[in-house]
Design a protein around this ligand. Sequence first.
Ligand code: 13P
Ligand code: SF4
Length: 362
Amino acid sequence: SDDELHARIRTAKEKLGSDLVILGHFYQRDEVVQYADFVGDSFQLANAALTRPEASTIVFCGVHFMAETADILARPEQHVILPNLAAGCSMADMADEDSVEAAWEDLMELYADETGPDGLDADGLASVIPVTYMNSSAALKAFCGRNGGIVCTSSNASTVLEWAFARGRRVLFFPDQHLGRNTAKAMGVPLEQMPMWNPRKPLGGNTPAQLQDAQVILWHGFCSVHKRFTVAQIEQARVEHPGVKIIVHPECPMPVVDAADASGSTDAIRTFVAAAQPGDVIGIGTEVNLVNRLAAQNPDKTIFCLDPVVCPCSTMYRIHPGYLAWTLDGLVEGEIRNEIVVPDEVAVHAKVALERMLAALP
Ligand code: 13P
Ligand code: SF4
């Protein structure tokens, strides 16, 4: 029964004490989030992995790329567990290492005349800097580490793009086209200078001239949850709730971000709600578990999800309390179940790209 399941989790947590730390992403269901020692956005959780070096095990209630990141940043002796190994991220899966390597080779060939033997032009700039969104495999973070690139999250993408433009003439941004486009547009990059790269087409479906002129080359990935939000939903919310404030995640398509009053990471959305006045009405464009939790935590405000059809992240949802109980039972018995181990040869380069991100932040 549910009661037994939750009793098992509580007992295991008590037995394991400070030897265990449970991290929970904002999108996790409440039955899971209630056991998390830290709840946050993907950037905060990456940092949280660093703050409890005394815990021998980190149980990550999130998705695969988040657990990989924790494993890369944690002490070598620490174990990272993903309660259900099937909890991936469909966007992260849209950029595989081979396709990105192939795109990189094409671009290097195209831009070969721009730079000298040191890989830099007369202004000391590389022809292109790879930037990967945190929502990507460890292999792609390692690719960025090896090729002068960096990682960003939705909470620091513009700072990271500034870092990249200080070092290169262009950026190759993957996997999320929307975060890349929304961020670069807000920095003043014209849309004509943001071609998309489709790995199934020669030169990604672009002409050499388009790629020469490019400032940000966008991978064709997207989030299936955030692409559901539309301008029509925002317009309807404004008709139904005059004065409504709209905030959306920057994984939403550009017209949606443009029609909203604000956009930001999951933690920025939480902060926006916290800063609103009692009686305010707020429409949110992000995953429904977070929206419902914010609504419950702020009964003095009216908070609703812009998508009338419930839109959970189906892979985050795979972390059922049953899996949490099963992995914690294992730890009590001395057995590590569903461990995420990033091979050392990948982790060493991925860490370089992650540390560049941490160092770039104010
Ligand atoms: P945050 O970095 O805002 O937590 O977003 C992660 C994510 O997967 C959003 O879909
Ligand atoms: Fe991936 Fe989208 Fe789920 Fe975030 S909400 S974990 S981007 S599928």
